[in-house]
Design a protein around this ligand. Structure first.
Ligand code: RIB
Ligand code: CA
Length: 338
């Protein structure tokens, strides 16, 4: 007799025959360039019973592909979730040169964290093929949360014409609409690193929700929050402290009052959608190669008379999201102790 739904632990592999007995959870794959805030997004997903984290696929971005893949494996190991598959993705953007930056995320890509050497290995093959295989195997069932440059997603769209109609939705951390850029005065980092990939994705017809800097800059993790988490002695709370240290320094040097929870905020679309105000806009990205390369812009007045191609989060109750994040991190820290 299958276990009652209430007895299922967080994020253990769930046999398909059990799924009908479970509370509704969202099955997601995260495409990622870990990255401090990427790692915090993994932890939030793992701490949340509303989410079934099906896989991580890696790309260059904050760090090189090798570091991104090693970091993804190591963070899953730290969180005792090394059963979750990790697939290695794109080494380079489609057209632009590699721009990995150690300033914000530290040399390792995850600040000063001391991560365990992962035992698990990436699944064989390329992340683009992994994404195509998973999405085509269960059409309409799987959402992808890209929280790094969109190279893997664009390549999957181009390689397999059925991909765009089989995927449930994309929830993308990226872009800046009314907010200034964070890597150039105009552009946000994920889009800027591979603007050509973003252009393919934005015009693919896939249902998209965009989580831009306009809202992520209102979800700031501060030292006082780290101090609160450190009330719980856990490898998780210590990891967050060590990972965020570099990110917090870089953020304050860049004039922000704290570290933006860019990537974790994408999960608010599942965990607390009422905290976000979404607007349907036609959004495009500049690939003309000039000073605004990678700039995302929304046709808010609808002067182009083009149909909206995405929902864009334009407002957020930031303090409430940070509180939700902290409570889930406290839960996870209490569950994973020394
Ligand atoms: O601009 C913020 C985004 O760029 C985040 O995803 C961060 O991890 C970096 O990839
Ligand atoms: Ca990221």
């Amino acid at each position: 007799m299958p276990k009652a739904a209430t007895q299922i632990e967080y994020n253990l592999p769930i046999p398909n025959e059990l799924r009908p007995l479970l509370p509704v959870t969202k099955r997601i794959m995260i495409d990622t360039d870990p990255g401090v805030d990427d790692a915090l997004a993994f932890l939030l997903a793992l701490a949340s019973p509303e989410i079934q984290l099906e896989a991580l696929t890696t790309t260059q971005g904050n760090v090189t592909l090798e570091k991104a893949t090693a970091n993804a494996l190591a963070v899953l190991e730290l969180a005792r979730a090394s059963h979750i598959p990790v697939a290695r993705g794109s080494l380079l953007p489609l057209v632009e040169p590699l721009r990995a930056s150690a300033f914000v995320h530290g040399e390792s890509g995850i600040g000063n964290s001391r991560l365990p050497q992962p035992q698990a290995k990436p699944v064989p093959g390329h992340a683009v093929d992994y994404l195509i295989e998973r999405v085509l195997a269960e059409p309409g069932e799987l959402s992808i949360f890209p929280i790094g440059p969109l190279t893997n997603i664009a390549m999957a769209i181009r390689k397999e014409p059925r991909f765009a109609s089989a995927i449930k939705e994309l929830v993308i951390m990226g872009g800046a609409i009314l907010e200034r850029g964070n890597i150039t005065p105009q552009a946000e980092f994920n889009i800027y690193v591979d603007p050509h990939a973003a252009h393919i994705v934005f015009h693919s017809g896939i249902p998209i929700t965009l989580i831009p800097l306009d809202v992520t800059h209102k979800c700031l993790l501060k030292q006082e929050h780290i101090d609160r988490l450190m009330q719980i002695s856990s490898p998780i709370s210590r990891f967050i402290r060590d990972a965020v240290e570099v990110y917090l320094d870089a953020s304050t040097q860049l004039g922000y009052e704290g570290s933006s929870l860019h990537d974790p905020l994408t999960l608010a679309t599942i965990l607390a959608p009422e905290l976000l105000t979404l607007k349907e806009y036609y959004v495009d990205v500049d690939i003309s190669g000039g000073v605004s390369m990678g700039k995302t812009f929304a046709d808010i007045p609808n002067v182009l008379k083009k149909p909206a191609n995405m929902k864009v989060a334009m407002q957020v109750r930031g303090a409430e999201f940070v509180e939700l994040f902290l409570q889930r991190m406290e839960d996870l820290s209490r569950r994973i102790t020394d």
